[in-house]
Ligand binder design. Structure first.
Ligand code: UDX
Ligand code: UDX
Ligand code: ADP
Length: 463
């Protein structure tokens, strides 16, 4: 079967870039990305390409080439479903904030809505691809909804988890380590799997396209994210020990990373991992393990999150301790709010939690991030519901000029590893600050020796 028409439900961080690259690489396939969020779709269609709603290096060029050629963004969800042979579901699956599984299980309400909408609209057979990260056995749930409410048409469900990382999404999509496709292990299932394999084979070597059963595919995605997060928590645990013992975590990372069995990537100690996936996927894994009575397995993975929470709290409390046990009324500058560099995404960013702890100590915070908008910063901190939004606005200012931000500041905390922070005129910053001037590098990117020569009191993670 040859796919000519693809629809993707959800125009977010996953659906948007993924479909843009499919369209870019497969000019013969019409790709329509739909979303209920009208503003988002409008932004994807903006004539000024720099206004597309997601910032990713290289994405603008890809969208500029494919858009209105074979890549379309629309709010007409039903029409796009009707026309497509293959439908990707790429809607958000946040952790449940209510009821059974609250704080742990994935909230599947958006997925279920999509499945019901597909079922009600479809008049021809469809291949439905789950692209969002979902708990193991979601495909089964989608299939059950589709088969029982459909119009007698046949649905084939595939799991095709996305492994792109934000900030490098375009490169990850153009040149993936592997593509994983899970499907039913029967004749119809193989036909559906092969249809999707053929789409990717337009630019990915077939040896890198793995096919498995649905459940292996779903579990692989959760496991990959759990392992990656575990590496960060493991090195962060060692960073705490380094700070007490005189070892340097950068040296330890390098030394262990040269062991080819361990590998050098993903061993950067930091203020803590963030992003929409790691915590959510581990919580999911924990929830699934518990639901099968595997309590030891659940506890093992839960520790990765506990260590991450500890690292964020530890960073905040180190600031307070170092500033003579009080930050009340003191201005502290945050360089960076995004959960990592080269993205405007702030979901679960460590900065949010560090800010919350410091606000509890009555600090004043000035936030500078090159890509994050003011309202997003306030939304993030308001969402914690720790204090009123009036109080949050009173104690947090969001600024456009990092040098202005540092005027009369007592301390600077580096929360995101944006490259531009490395090349700042630190003497100019020093001159504007209260003395002693403190820098807390939560990302180990700043040249500490240089700052100490200027006169800063410089602290970083794991040293
Ligand atoms: C280990 C370290 O590898 C080595 O660098 C250090 O100097 C000493 O400790 P060793 O204990 O000799 O070496 O063997 P290793 O190959 O690491 O295996 C340790 C145990 O882990 C074995 O029981 C092995 O069967 C088990 N293992 C290893 C697994 O169960 N799965 C694996 O994937 C790898
Ligand atoms: C992650 C996975 O990498 C990706 O495969 C999956 O599809 C989605 O989840 P993402 O969350 O976009 O991607 O970014 P990632 O680069 O994995 O970073 C996650 C967090 O870990 C960031 O906050 C980052 O700063 C932090 N991190 C990463 C570290 O603190 N140290 C490291 O060594 C690596
Ligand atoms: P992700 O990082 O998984 O891509 P995002 O939140 O960035 O998550 O994107 C998910 C998108 O899915 C949002 O733009 C949201 O409006 C959209 N969405 C959620 N539910 C539906 C639905 N039932 N129909 C269409 N779009 C939906």
């Amino acid at each position: 079967m040859v796919v000519r028409n693809i629809c993707c439900i959800g125009a977010g961080y996953v659906g948007g870039p993924t479909m843009a690259v499919i369209a870019y690489k497969c000019p013969d396939i019409k790709v329509t990305v739909v979303d209920v969020n009208e503003a988002r779709i409008k932004a994807w269609n903006d004539e000024d390409i720099s206004n597309i709603p997601i910032y990713e290096p290289g994405l603008e060029d890809i969208v500029a080439e494919a858009r209105d050629r074979n890549l379309f963004f629309s709010t007409d969800i039903e029409k796009a479903i009707d026309e497509a042979e293959m439908i990707f579901i790429s809607v958000n699956t946040p952790t449940k904030t209510y009821g059974l599984g609250k704080g742990k299980a994935a909230d599947l309400k958006y997925i279920e809505l999509c499945a019901r909408q597909i079922a009600s609209v479809a008049k021809t057979d469809k291949i439905v691809v789950e692209k969002s990260t979902l708990p193991v056995r979601t495909a089964e749930a989608i299939k059950s909804i589709l088969d029982n409410t459909g119009n007698g048409v046949k649905f084939h469900i595939l799991s095709n988890p996305e492994f792109l990382a934000e900030g490098t999404a375009v490169q990850d999509l153009l040149n993936p380590d592997r593509v994983l496709i899970g499907g039913e292990t029967n004749e119809d299932g193989f036909v559906a799997i092969n249809a999707l394999v053929d789409v990717y084979a337009n630019w990915v070597g077939r040896d890198k396209i793995l096919t498995t059963n649905v459940w292996s595919s779903e579990l692989s995605k959760l496991t990959a994210n759990a392992f990656l997060a575990q590496r960060v928590s493991s090195i962060n645990a060692i960073s705490a020990l380094c700070e007490q013992t005189g070892a340097d975590v950068n040296e330890v990372s390098k030394a262990i990373g040269m062991d080819s069995r361990i590998g050098s990537k993903f061993l950067k100690a930091s203020v803590g991992f963030g992003g929409s996936c790691f915590q959510k996927d581990i919580l999911n894994l924990v929830y699934i393990a518990k639901s099968y009575g595997l309590n030891e397995v659940a506890d093992y993975w839960e520790q990765v999150i506990k260590m991450n929470d500890y690292q964020k709290r530890r960073f905040a409390s180190n600031i307070v301790k170092t500033l003579y046990n009080t930050v009340s009324g003191k201005k502290i500058v945050f360089l960076g709010w995004a959960f990592k560099k080269d993205t405007n995404d702030t979901r679960e960013s460590a900065a949010i939690y560090v800010a919350d702890d410091l606000l509890n100590e009555e600090a004043n915070i000035a936030v500078y991030d090159p890509k994050v908008e003011k309202e997003i910063v306030y939304r993030d901190i308001d969402n914690l519901n720790t204090r009123t939004s009036e109080l949050n606005r009173k104690h947090i200012e969001v600024v456009n000029d990092p040098y202005e931000a540092c005027k009369d500041a007592y301390a600077i905390a580096v929360l995101t590893e944006w490259d531009e922070f490395k090349t700042y005129d630190w003497q100019r910053i020093y001159d504007k600050m209260k003395k002693p001037a403190f820098v807390f590098d939560g990302r180990n990117i700043i040249d500490g020796e240089k700052l100490r020569e200027i006169g800063f009191v410089f602290r970083r993670i794991g040293n």
